[in-house]
Structure formats: C-alpha cells, structure tokens
Design a binder for this molecule. Structure first.
Ligand code: HEM
Length: 489
C-alpha cells in the first residue's frame, strides 16, 4: 500500500513537472519559477524593483509566475504602446480575480473590473459622457475644485503650523469633487456619514491589499486567518455598496428627465430613454459603475498630491521655485486652469511627482482576448498582463538618473513645458486608459497650486526625511509621514 502511494505521488510530481514545462513553452521566457509559489518569493521584495532587474536580464517582454498563474509583464514605452494602444482590442480585457468576484457580485458589470465587452464599452461611454457633461476636465468644474481647495486651505490653517498627516484631509477634498459630479452633492469635512464612508473606504483598501494571496490561491479561504481578512474585505465592500444603492434609490425617487443633476441621473436617463445595452443590464451594472468612480476618485489624486508634497519637503529649492512662479504669475489671484501656461515649472513639478512615484506601477491588470505577437513574443489568448508603467517612468534612456527629483526634465530650453513627453503614461493608454484623466489633471493642478500659494511645507523640527520606498495597496502610496504647513504671509 505504502509503495503504491509513493509511486502515485512520484507520478503526480512528474505529471505536474511535464505539464509545467509544456505550459511554460507557450509564454515568453522569464525567471525560473518554483513549483506552487512561482516567483512570489522574489516579488515580495517589491515587484517594480524586481521587474527592473528582470527587464535587464530577459528584455521588455517576460513571464512571471504568480503562484500557478503565468503573467506577462510589458516593459518600456514601445512595448506598452504596441500592446495597449496598437493592439488595444486584444489587450484590454480584465482577468477574473477571486476578490473581485467576491466583492463585485456580478462579474462583467461596471467599468474598472469588467471584461472587454459591448456592455463595458457602453457603460464606460455613458460614464464619460456624463462626467464631461458636468464639466470634468473643463473650465465649468473649476469653481467646484477651487471651493474644495479653499476648504482644504482652511483645514491646513487650523493646524497652526503643527505637524499632521495629510492623508485624510486630502482624500476628503479629492473625494468631494467626485461626489459633486457623481452624487450631485459634497460633504463637510466633519460630516459624520462622509467620515464613516471614507473610513470604510480606507479599511476596504487596506484589507483588500492584505488579502491579495486569495487571488493567487483561492483555496486559502478555508484557512481561518485568511478567511477573516476576506470577510473584512467583503464587509467593507458591502457597506460601500449599500451606500451607493441608497444614493441611487434616492435619485430614482426624485428623478426628473428634464433636470439631470449628476452622473447617476445621467445613467437613469439612459435607462429611461431605453438605451439598448444599459437597459438590458441588471441593477448591478450602475451600482458597480458608480462605485468604481467613487473608489477611483479619491485615493488616486490624494496620493499623487502626497507624493508631490513629500518630494517638495525634501527639495526645498524646488518648493521655493514653484512658490516664486505662483507669486509672479498669480499674485494674489485664485488659481485657474486658464493660467496653467503661465506656470510651466509648477505643472512640471506635478508631472515629475507622477513620474518618480507612479501610483499605479503595474496599472490595473489586463487580460488578452486573443493570441497576439508583441516584439516577436507569442502571447496566448486569456493571458494575465501587467503593463509595467513604472518601467517607462524610471527608464534611464529617457530619464537620466531617474531617482533624482528634477521638474526641469519636463521643460524645454526656454523653460516652457516640452510638448509630447516620451515614456510618460501615468494614466496608461489605449481603450482602458484612465476614464477621468482630464478631471484628475484639473484636480492636481488646482489643489497643488492653491496649497503652495498659501503654505510653505516643512518637515517637523528634527524629523528624519520621509521614506520614499512606498507601500502597495489600492495605489502605491508613501508610508505615513507628518508635515508642517506654515502659512505664507
Ligand atoms: C492622479 C490621478 C489618477 C491616476 C494617476 C489614474 C490612473 C489610472 C490608471 C493607470 C488606470 C488603469 C488603466 C489601465 O487599465 O490601463 C486607471 C483606470 C481608471 N480610472 Fe484613473 N487615475 C486617476 C484618477 C482617477 C479619477 C479621479 C477617477 C474617477 C473619478 C478615475 C477613474 C478611473 C476608472 C473608472 C478607471 C477604469 C477604466 C476602465 O477599466 O475602463 N481615475 N486610472
């Protein structure tokens, strides 16, 4: 009996080995992977840094193994553009991840996690149409953002130059812009419901990050400690979902097709008018789409601003130049996008922050819908794709000494913004590129300029320089740090 068991086990190992060798031949080459864990042990050192080492060894297209799942990593601007842009119809789906399935309930519905389909295209189009209709990325939204920026200035002033963590006030301000567009209302920074919501959102991001192992090994859900993490993700997700359902319901009850108030009303109008695709979809579609906008809308912009301020306190000469430019071009005027051309160094500083610390280093995972050839490598249909945006932004060919914070990289010899920057795609590219790129650019410019116009940011007396290594979560963010906002006179 024992002998038979040993033989069976040996046969299983041989079978798995042969299967693995065959499977590996179907994908571009990459680092040696271990059985069961694949390359996860190496990736724990920080995937963007490990990818940089492997790019040198295996080239711009290589395969890593996330446990038993192969993932093809695309590096460098030519590769990423060729795949996501030129072959956008093949490289624009999303994988079916265990945690997404558990939290989103109806796979295929909504925007950010939906596979490439007619329904996703239509839902994205409707969201974009109504975001634009309410001024996203346009002059008409400026007063809303400026109002949020002024409230933020007041919150910072109330700190009276004492050290504080910027995370919560920045997230509330950025989130409020999205709430105005999507829900038709904003919240005070001390509104209980809003603060609760933001707390759930940040718990959702944290728990989601700590439960990622489930996407690789769903079987771990039977291990009590992992199960508890999964339950935390699902609980937070359900609470956010209930909030969105409640707001959509309020909108349904007061809906007037002649008075469209926000993006939710925009979706209801499409349904009301019998939009051929949307009206056939379950309620989950609008719930997920609205949830996507809400979740994507706060941490992204707020984290970019945190990175920017972190680098400014470490580079006080850059901070002074930004302030000098703002003082000369704006004097005491309220910041406006119309004046962006007069503030090239300020805009270049924002871009440099986006380059040096990309908040989505491997974008959101993509999946191929058909087989394709990229740089001579055959990539099968249904392959998990990681577009390595970090590799573009840290490519020494385009950005010499890439770890040096230097906004002048984005300026020409006359100190103006250089047109058509190469190897820079913080919002990704192709059919899946960020839906709200224009809105985010407005947010970043107006918040950043308003803050630097009114404050000098410094590290607390005697504090060590903040860590620039960052932590992975929903986005790649700085480790918590405190800062002093000293009012400028
Ligand atoms: C600095 C701010 C932001 C950055 C750097 C950023 C970056 C990105 C990136 C890299 C992606 C993935 C694209 C891909 O899969 O190839 C993405 C997707 C997305 N972003 Fe943003 N984003 C920002 C702000 C926002 C805001 C404010 C919103 C909403 C109001 C938003 C909504 C979305 C949505 C809905 C998607 C999914 C698009 C789809 O799957 O079709 N983003 N963003």
């Amino acid at each position: 009996m024992e002998f038979l068991l040993v033989v069976a086990f040996a046969l299983l190992v041989v079978f798995l080995y042969v299967r693995n060798v065959r499977l590996r031949r179907k994908y571009p080459p990459g680092p040696r992977a271990w059985p069961i864990v694949g390359n996860l042990r190496d990736l724990a050192r920080g995937e963007h840094r490990v990818f940089a080492e492997w790019r040198l060894k295996y080239g711009d297209v290589f395969t890593v193994w996330l446990g038993p799942r192969p993932a093809v990593v695309l590096n460098g601007q030519d590769t990423v553009k060729e795949a996501l842009h030129k072959h956008g119809d093949i490289f624009s789906s999303r994988p079916d991840l265990f945690l997404w399935r558990r939290t989103i309930r109806t796979r295929g519905k909504g925007i950010a996690t939906a596979p490439f389909s007619r329904e996703w295209k239509e839902t994205r189009k409707v969201a974009l149409t109504w975001l634009n209709a309410f001024g996203a990325g346009k002059q008409s939204l400026e007063p809303t953002i400026v109002q949020e920026a002024q409230d933020l200035v007041q919150v910072f002033k109330d700190k009276q130059g004492q050290p504080f963590d910027l995370t919560v006030p920045l997230s509330l301000a950025a989130s409020n812009v999205v709430c105005s567009l999507v829900f038709g209302r904003r919240f005070n920074h001390d509104d209980e419901r809003f603060c609760r919501l933001m707390e759930i959102q940040s718990r959702y991001f944290r728990s989601n990050a700590s439960a990622q192992a489930l996407n690789v090994y769903p079987i771990l859900r039977h291990v009590p400690s992992v199960r508890r993490r999964m339950e935390e993700v699902v609980t937070c997700s359900d609470e956010l979902r209930s909030f969105v359902i409640e707001v959509i319901q309020e909108h349904r009850e007061t809906f007037d097709p002649n008075n469209i108030r926000d993006v939710i009303d925009g979706f209801l109008l499409e349904e009301h008018q019998g939009n051929r695709v949307l009206s056939e979809l379950p309620e989950d579609n609008i719930i997920n789409a609205i949830r996507n906008l809400f979740l994507a809308g706060s941490d992204t912009t707020a984290t970019t601003l945190r990175w920017a301020l972190l680098y400014l306190v470490m580079n006080m000469d850059v901070q002074r130049k930004v302030q000098d430019e703002i003082d000369v071009s704006l004097r005491k005027q309220t910041p406006s996008m119309l004046l962006r051309d007069h503030l090239p160094y300020t805009e270049a500083t924002i871009r440099e922050a986006q380059r040096i610390r990309t908040i989505a280093p491997s974008s959101i995972p993509h999946e191929t819908t058909a087989s394709a050839t990229i740089l001579g490598h055959q990539i099968p249909a249904g392959t998990f794709i990681l577009p390595n945006l970090w590799s573009l932004h840290m490519d020494p060919k385009y950005w010499p000494d890439p770890e040096r914070f230097d906004p002048t990289r984005f300026l020409d010899a006359d100190g103006q913004l250089a047109p058509g920057t190469e190897s820079f795609l913080p919002f990704s590219i192709g059919p899946r590129r960020c839906l709200a790129e224009q809105l985010a650019k407005f947010d970043l410019f107006l918040f950043f300029t308003s803050l630097l116009q009114r404050f000098t940011f410094k590290l607390p007396e005697g504090a060590p320089p903040p860590d620039t290594e960052g932590i992975f979560g929903f986005v790649f963010s700085p480790k918590p740090f405190e800062i002093c906002a000293i009012p400028r006179v």
